[in-house]
Write a protein that binds this ligand. Structure first.
Ligand SMILES: Cc1ncc(COP(=O)(O)O)c(C=O)c1O
Length: 312
């Protein structure tokens, strides 16, 4: 059975048996990668399953659609509701959620013309993306020989399917060479991001990350970490990050919905600090995990409780 299998999928407004989540081989998106998608996580909390920053993810799905002039036929509110329904239908306590908006079957020209915009939301069990041990001990990464597609070629702030060919090349090469993940430089030769993660580094107590000018996806986990740094009074600098800055950093970590907050212990044979997750990374990672598990009352507004808000 496929890794992603659950009994029910949401497709074009209806809950359907998983096996009916199909599309025609002549669908536009299959040929040109012309869709956009999201990756969202739902966590088991003391008050039942709760989805982290659900509305923000659906807002980004809409923004990604707009970047490619795709009209998603469901509002953010409808997509939020559909997500709750599909998790409830599958009786899951925690899961990964994959909404996708894609052009279905009509014409085959590159212009999508009258191809219908279809939307599917699947949810299924998916463990730690870079492994449980990676979250605890840190991951080993390599700088990819593939450069990140430039923002002048693609709106890199949109989470569009076709852009992941770039990511796929990078991660395939990294794994072949025995690393956990790839880090892509941008066309300027500075740091862009991982194949599916944003990068942070820590130097002398200041947290650094880059922004859209470095050809990255503006991650929701990235935004969460920036907000947490503000709350913890940890200084943050947002701007260009060079390879030299990374090599001189005391600590480094990846963020992403699938990846969560993963310390980086090694870059191409260079060890960060003592080779163990540093104090700033560990503090942010541990707070992030408390928040997503519903154990931080000050951050409950980021959680959508699948079976209703606690006490609500
Ligand atoms: C290329 C890329 N960068 C960054 C991220 C992190 O984004 P988020 O934190 O919203 O999951 C992802 C994951 O979606 C990604 O695919």
């Amino acid at each position: 059975m496929a890794q992603t299998h659950t009994p029910t999928i949401w497709l074009d407004g209806e809950l359907k048996p998983w096996a009916e989540g199909t599309t025609h081989s002549m669908s536009h998106t299959l040929h040109y990668g012309s869709g956009c998608f999201e990756g969202i996580r739902c966590y088991d909390t003391p008050d039942g399953p709760a989805v982290f920053r659900l509305e923000d993810h659906m807002l980004r799905l809409h923004q990604s659609g707009r970047a490619f002039e795709m009209q998603i036929p469901y509002s953010v509110e409808q997509l939020v509701q559909a997500t709750i329904e599909v998790i409830q239908a599958n009786k899951l306590r925690s899961c990964y959620i994959r909404p996708i908006a894609y052009y279905g079957y009509d014409s085959l020209g590159v212009h999508p013309n009258n191809c219908p915009v279809q939307v599917s939301i699947a949810c299924f069990d998916w463990g730690a993306y870079l492994g449980k041990e990676g979250l605890v001990k840190g991951v080993r990464i390599t700088i990819s020989s593939w450069r990140k597609s430039h923002w002048s070629s693609f709106p890199t702030t949109a989470k569009a399917n076709g852009q992941y060919l770039n990511s796929m090349l990078a991660v395939q090469d990294a794994r072949k060479r025995g690393f956990d993940e790839a880090l892509l430089l941008n066309m300027e030769g500075n740091i862009a991001e991982g194949s599916g993660q944003n990068l942070f580094l820590v130097k002398d107590g200041t947290v650094h990350t880059n922004d859209e000018k470095s050809s990255i996806l503006l991650g929701i986990t990235r935004d969460t970490i920036i907000q947490l740094c503000g709350d913890l009074e940890i200084p943050v600098e947002i701007g260009v990050m060079t390879k030299e800055m990374l090599l001189e950093a005391d600590e480094a970590f990846f963020t992403g919905t699938a990846t969560e907050v993963a310390p980086i212990r090694e870059l191409d044979g260079h060890t960060f600090g003592t080779g163990k997750p540093g104090p700033v990374t560990s503090r942010l990672r541990d707070l992030y995990f408390h928040i997503i598990q519903g154990r931080e009352p000050n951050y409950r507004h980021w959680l959508t409780y699948v079976n209703g808000a606690p006490g609500g």
